[in-house]
Design a protein around this ligand. Structure first.
Ligand code: GTP
Ligand code: MG
Length: 169
């Protein structure tokens, strides 16, 4: 049976949403920053035990000027993946705001995932414990740290997300 699941990626500009998706989809990484304009869509089939899952990934733009596009994609998505950069306190401090955005559109009927990206970088300003604590406070279903650059945690992140999906055992 083929089931489709929509995942929306949210978070401040430059935290690595597109890079995370690119690592998962193609297992590549680009150091060059190309800001997402509007919304990008990608889809990927995952095989999990005997199930085939079709993930529809909605990659939003962190730039303020595209903010008005986002709510309708949140409304449509079963999973909200909120990303921050572990070397950017500002991106971490904005997490409650992103969380409110999602709750406003979907209430509790959503799987919330918090991702601390860029774990390969030496200039960490947000500890793993702080990430875990915030995820608990804001009722996220899952918290993970990742690096789109070296791939750390990325496969595991998507596998864990897939296992949280309602029709997947
Ligand atoms: P917007 O589309 O503007 O919202 O940004 P984004 O969240 O999609 O960020 P993007 O994936 O474009 O990455 C921004 C910059 O950070 C790029 O230069 C990436 O190469 C870099 N980057 C992303 N992920 C990582 C990571 O895990 N480690 C390191 N070192 N750099 C990263
Ligand atoms: Mg992007």
């Amino acid at each position: 049976m083929l089931t489709k699941h929509k995942i929306v990626f949210l978070g401040d500009q430059g935290v690595g949403k597109t890079s995370l998706i690119t690592r998962f989809m193609y297992n590549t990484f680009d150091t060059h920053y190309a800001a997402t304009i509007g919304i990008d869509f990608l889809s990927k089939t995952m095989y999990l035990d005997d199930q085939t899952i079709r993930l529809q990934l909605w990659d939003t733009a962190g730039q303020e000027r595209f903010r008005s596009l986002i709510p309708s994609y949140i409304r449509d998505s079963m999973v909200a993946m909120i990303v921050y950069d572990i070397t950017s306190k500002g991106s971490f401090d904005d997490i409650p705001r992103w969380c409110d955005y999602v709750r406003t559109e979907r209430g509790d009927d959503v799987i919330m995932v918090l991702v601390g990206n860029k774990s390969d970088l030496p200039g960490r300003v947000v500890s793993t414990e702080e990430g875990e604590k915030l995820a608990k406070e804001l009722n996220f279903n899952l918290f993970m740290e990742t690096s789109s650059k070296n791939g750390y945690g990325v496969k595991n992140l998507f596998k864990k997300v897939a296992k949280l999906l309602p029709t997947v055992q």
